[in-house]
Design a binder for this molecule. Structure first.
Ligand SMILES: CCCCCCCC/C=C\CCCCCCCC(=O)SCCNC(=O)CCNC(=O)[C@H](O)C(C)(C)COP(=O)(O)OP(=O)(O)OC[C@H]1O[C@@H](n2cnc3c(N)ncnc32)[C@H](O)[C@@H]1OP(=O)(O)O
Ligand SMILES: Cc1cc2nc3c(=O)[nH]c(=O)nc-3n(C[C@H](O)[C@H](O)[C@H](O)COP(=O)(O)OP(=O)(O)OC[C@H]3O[C@@H](n4cnc5c(N)ncnc54)[C@H](O)[C@@H]3O)c2cc1C
Length: 664
C-alpha cells in the first residue's frame, strides 16, 4: 500500500530528537539545509533519474552520463548555484563522471602547484568548463611508485618548449578518470629533463584534444582502458590511456610553484618543499575520508531499515516472526558499522580542519605540519576506505539473498566504492607511509623534539609503556580516559616494538621491508586511536537536542569497544589489559547494542537520505519492501515476454530431444 509507513513503530521508539541529530550529522544547520534542499532538487528532477542504469550497455551508459553531467552543469548555471551548491548537486546526482576529476583534481592541481600567473590564465577557463581537465599521473608500469614514472618532459632551449614523450609502453598513462573520451587538457606528471639532467617528477599542463572538433592533437594517442568491475558502477567513467610522441608545449605550461625552468634552461628549486608536488593527493585523500562516511552510512541505512522489515523464525501461535535486527549476531555485525559511519563523519570533519590549517600555514611558508598532515590524510584514507568497502559488503550480506539483487542498491554501491582502496594511493602503501612517520617520531624521542598534534601521546612514552588498565567492571569501559589510554598504550607499544625490531638490522631499509606487515599493523593502531580520540573530543562539545548526546555516546562506545574486541590480540599482547578486562569490554558492548536497538531506525533517518539517493528497494524510507521488489522484477527486460528470446533456437530443440529419448 502506498502512503503507509511500515517503519512508523520503529520511528516512535526513538529516544532522541532526530531533527537535531540531522544537524549534527550534516556538521551545521547551514550544511543540513544545503544538503536537504539540493538532494530534493535532484530527486525531483526527472533529468537525474537513475532508472535502468545498471541495464545499459557501456556506450549507452557512458552517453547517459555525459548527458547527466551536461544537464547538471546547465542547472548549475540556470539556478546560479554557488561553488558549494554545485558540488552538492554533483554529489547527489550520484554518478561518477569526468567532472569529478575536473573539479576534484585538475583544478586543485593548478591551484596548488601553479604560480599566480598560471592560475590567472588557466583557472577562469576551467571554472567555465571551456576546457575540461584530468589528472594524468599513473602509468601502465607504475602507480604507487610515483618517482618511478617514465614519461619525459625534455626542455628544448631553441624553441623555449618542453617535449613530452612516452619512451616505453609502460610509460603510457593508464587510469586517469575523464581522460579516455572527454578531457581536452591534462595535468601530466613527467620527469623533467633539462641540460641533459633528470630533475624528477613535475606537473605540466598539456592540451590533448582540439577545442574545435575534439580530435586528439598530433602526437597524442588517447582512448579508454576498457570495462571495469561491476555492472554500470564506475563504468560511467572514461578511465583512459594516453601516449605522447614528442608533443611540444610552451615552457610556461610547466606548473612552476615548486620549481622552475628559466628561459636558458636552468632548473631552479623554490624554497617550498618538493613534497608540495604531492599536494593534490593530500587534498583528495582528505575529501575521500569525508566521503567514506557518505558511502558507509548509505549502506548502513539500507541494511538497518531492511533488518527491521525482515522477519525470520520464532513465531509462536501464528504470531509474527522475529525482526532480524533483534538477533544479537545481526546487531554485532550491523551496529559497529552504524557507529563507524558516525565516527568517520567526525574524523572527516576534523581532517578538513587540519587540511585547512596546513594550507594556511603553507601559504605563510610554515611547512612544519606537512609531515603530520601527510601521515593523517594517508592513514585515515586507508583506514576509512578499507572499513567502508568491507562494511558495504557486510551490509549486502546482512540483507540476505535480496541484498544480492541490484535493486537493493548494494552491489552497485560496492562496485563504485571499492576502488577507493586503491586509487589515490594503495591502502597498504599508505599505511607504510604512516609507519615511516611513526618510526621517525620514535627515533626522535630522545632528541628533545616534542611530538605534537596526533602524535603528542608519544611524548608520554615512559608512562604508556608501563601503565596498566584500571578497569574493574564493565561500565568502567565507558570512561573516556580509560579508553583513550588503552588505545594510546596499544599504539605506542606496537610502534616501539617495531622500532626495537628495526634497530636489529644493519640496513634500516632492509629492516623496514622485512617488518612491513608489523609496521602496517602499528599504523592501523595509530589511525584507530585518531578516530577514537576525535569521536571522544566531539562529545566534549556542547551538543544540543534532547537525547542526542546520549545516543552519540552509545555510538562512540560501540565504535571503540568493537575495535577493542576485534583487536583483542593487540591489547592483550602488548600487556595493557587482562583477559578479564577484555571480557568486561565485551559485556559492555552487548549492553550498548541493547541501548542502541530502539534508536537504530531513527539514527539512520538522521542521514536524511532521499529514496532517490539511496536507490534501494530494501532501504526505502517507508519500508514497503516486498510489493516493490515484486514490481521491480517484472521490469526486467527478460520479463518483457513470457517466451524467452532464444527459446526456439535453444530450449525447444532440447525439449524435443528429451521427448525422443523418453520414447526410446
Ligand atoms: C577526485 C575528487 C573528487 C571529489 C569528490 C569527493 C568524493 C571522493 C570520491 C570519489 C572521487 C575519486 C576519484 C578517483 C581519483 C583517483 C585519482 C588518483 O588515483 S591519482 C593518483 C594517485 N596516486 C597515488 O596516490 C600514488 C601513491 N604514491 C605516493 O603517494 C608516493 O609515491 C609515496 C608517498 C608512496 C612515496 O613517495 P616517495 O617515492 O617520494 O617516497 P618517500 O621517500 O616515502 O617520501 C619522501 C618524503 O615525502 C613525504 N611525502 C610523501 N608523500 C607526501 C605527501 N603527499 N605530502 C607530503 N609529504 C609527502 C614522505 O613522508 C617522505 O618524507 P620524509 O623524507 O620521510 O620526511
Ligand atoms: C578507479 C580508479 C581510478 C583512478 N583514477 C586515477 C586518476 O584519475 N589519475 C591517476 O593518475 N591515477 C588514477 N588511478 C590509479 C591509482 O592511483 C593507482 O592504481 C594506485 O595509486 C595504485 O597503484 P598501482 O595500480 O600501481 O598498484 P601497485 O603498486 O602495483 O599495487 C599492487 C600491489 O602491490 C602492493 N605494493 C606496492 N608497493 C608496495 C610497497 N612498497 N610495499 C608493500 N606493498 C606494495 C600493493 O599493496 C598492492 O597489493 C585510478 C585507479 C583506479 C582503480
Amino acid at each position: 500500500m502506498e502512503g503507509v509507513d511500515y517503519l512508523a513503530d520503529e520511528r516512535k521508539k526513538a529516544e532522541f530528537d532526530v531533527n537535531e541529530m540531522k544537524i549534527v550529522w550534516a556538521g551545521s544547520r547551514h550544511n543540513f539545509e544545503l544538503s536537504d534542499r539540493i538532494s530534493k532538487l535532484v530527486a525531483n528532477d526527472p533529468g537525474f533519474s537513475k532508472e535502468g542504469r545498471t541495464m545499459l550497455p557501456r556506450k549507452e551508459l557512458f552517453k547517459n552520463t555525459l548527458r547527466k553531467a551536461t544537464y547538471a552543469w546547465k542547472r548549475i548555471i540556470e539556478l546560479r548555484l554557488s561553488e558549494e551548491e554545485a558540488a552538492k548537486l554533483r554529489h547527489f546526482v550520484d554518478e561518477p563522471a569526468f567532472t569529478d576529476l575536473h573539479w576534484g583534481m585538475f583544478i586543485p592541481a593548478i591551484k596548488g602547484q601553479g604560480t599566480d600567473e598560471q592560475q590567472k590564465k588557466w583557472l577562469p577557463l576551467a571554472y567555465k568548463m571551456q576546457i575540461i581537465g584530468c589528472y594524468a599521473q599513473t602509468e601502465l608500469g607504475h602507480g604507487s611508485n610515483v618517482q618511478g614514472l617514465e614519461t619525459t618532459a625534455t626542455f628544448d632551449p631553441q624553441t623555449d618548449e618542453f617535449v613530452i614523450h612516452s619512451p616505453t609502453l609502460t610509460s603510457s598513462k593508464w587510469w586517469p578518470g575523464g581522460l579516455g573520451k572527454v578531457s581536452t587538457h591534462a595535468v601530466v606528471y613527467a620527469r623533467l629533463i633539462t641540460n641533459g639532467k633528470d630533475y624528477g617528477i613535475n606537473g605540466f599542463i598539456v592540451q590533448l584534444r582540439s577545442l574545435e572538433d575534439h580530435k586528439p592533437l598530433p602526437g597524442v594517442t588517447v582512448g579508454d582502458i576498457g570495462l571495469k568491475f561491476g555492472n554500470g558502477a564506475y563504468n560511467t567513467m572514461d578511465n583512459g590511456v594516453l601516449r605522447f610522441d614528442h608533443v611540444r608545449i610552451p615552457r610556461d605550461q610547466m606548473l612552476m610553484r615548486v620549481s622552475q625552468v628559466t628561459r636558458e634552461g636552468k632548473y631552479v628549486q623554490s624554497d617550498v618543499p618538493r613534497q608540495l608536488l604531492y599536494g593534490t593527493m593530500v587534498y583528495v585523500r582528505q575529501t575521500i575520508v569525508s566521503d567514506a562516511s557518505n558511502a558507509l552510512s548509505r549502506a548502513v541505512c539500507i541494511a538497518t531499515r531492511y533488518s527491521a522489515v525482515r522477519r525470520q523464525f520464532g513465531s509462536q501461535n501464528g504470531g509474527q516472526e522475529i525482526q532480524v535486527i533483534d538477533y544479537k549476531t545481526q546487531q554485532n555485525r550491523l551496529f559497529p558499522l552504524l557507529a563507524s559511519a558516525y565516527a568517520f563523519r567526525f574524523v572527516g570533519e576534523w581532517l578538513k580542519w587540519l587540511y585547512t590549517d596546513v594550507t594556511q600555514r603553507l601559504q605563510a611558508n610554515d611547512f612544519s605540519t606537512l609531515p603530520e598532515a601527510h601521515a593523517c590524510t594517508a592513514g585515515l584514507k586507508s583506514l576509512t576506505t578499507t572499513a567502508t568497502a568491507d562494511g558495504i559488503e557486510e551490509c549486502r550480506k546482512l540483507c540476505g539473498g535480496h541484498g544480492y539483487l541490484c535493486s537493493s542498491g548494494l552491489p552497485e554501491l560496492f562496485a563504485v566504492y571499492v576502488p577507493a582502496c586503491t586509487y589515490e594511493g594503495d591502502n597498504t602503501v599508505l599505511l607504510l607511509q604512516v609507519a615511516r612517520f611513526l618510526m621517525k617520531t620514535v627515533s626522535q624521542l630522545g632528541s628533545g623534539k616534542k611530538p605534537v598534534g596526533t602524535i603528542a601521546y608519544m611524548g608520554r612514552i615512559e608512562h604508556l609503556m608501563q601503565c596498566r588498565s584500571d578497569v574493574k567492571q564493565a561500565k568502567d569501559w565507558l570512561k573516556p580516559s580509560a579508553v583513550v589510554e588503552a588505545f594510546e598504550a596499544r599504539a605506542a607499544r606496537m610502534s616501539v616494538a617495531c622500532a626495537q625490531n628495526l634497530s636489529k638490522f644493519d640496513n634500516p631499509e632492509e629492516g623496514f621491508a622485512e617488518l612491513a606487515a608489523d609496521l602496517a599493523e602499528a599504523a592501523v593502531a595509530h589511525c584507530q586511536l585518531i578516530v577514537v580520540s576525535k569521536f571522544i573530543e566531539k562529545l566534549q562539545q556542547d551538543i544540543p537536542g534532547e537525547g542526542v548526546k546520549q545516543q552519540l555516546e552509545v555510538l562512540c562506545g560501540i565504535y571503540y569497544l568493537f575495535l577493542l574486541h576485534k583487536h583483542q590480540g593487540d591489547f592483550l599482547g602488548t600487556g595493557y589489559i587482562t583477559s578479564k578486562q577484555a571480557s568486561l569490554a565485551n559485556d559492555q558492548l552487548r549492553a550498548l547494542y541493547s541501548q542502541l536497538r530502539p534508536n537504530a531506525i531513527s539514527l539512520v533517518d538522521a542521514f536524511n537520505y532521499t529514496d532517490h539517493f539511496l536507490d534501494s528497494i530494501l532501504g526505502r524510507y517507508d519500508g514497503n519492501v516486498y510489493p516493490k521488489l515484486y514490481e521491480a522484477a517484472w521490469k526486467d527486460p527478460l520479463n518483457q515476454s513470457d517466451i524467452a528470446d532464444g527459446f526456439h533456437e535453444y530450449i525447444r530443440p532440447l525439449l524435443k530431444q528429451q521427448l525422443r529419448t523418453a520414447r526410446l
